[in-house]
Design a protein around this ligand. Sequence first.
Ligand code: SME
Length: 137
Amino acid sequence: SEHTATVDERLLSICEVLESNVPYYNWVGFYFRNGDKEELKLGPYVGAPTDHTIIPFGKGICGQVAVSNQNFVVPDVSAQDNYIACSMTVKAEIVVPIFVNGENIGQIDIDSNTPDPFSEEDERFLEFVCTQVASLL
Ligand code: SME
């Protein structure tokens, strides 16, 4: 039968491909601005379920990226004071914003169980992923 994947199905596929192909990408998900509220809402993800389905702007690594419009690479989450722990196994995190018409509308968030795994190559790659995501929204 005719089947066109929905946006959420496509976003989930991106999470699955990333998580299953990069050994140090252990939780991969999307957060998006929740309407006109100053908060993020969890979108499609792969990995351990999280209680943090809503994150206020400014809170945690994700909330800081919602405000800064910049990549945030965290080599050691235990060294961060403004950090929201989702799982005890997580050692590092990277968050890259998604821009639509120059506006920060969400982000990809990746947690790693490996200490200090993320390089500039990850940043450039995830920036590319985010431009592709922006074009499918
Ligand atoms: N650690 C994030 C919260 C989201 S979980 O990683 C899925 C943060 O500090 O914003």
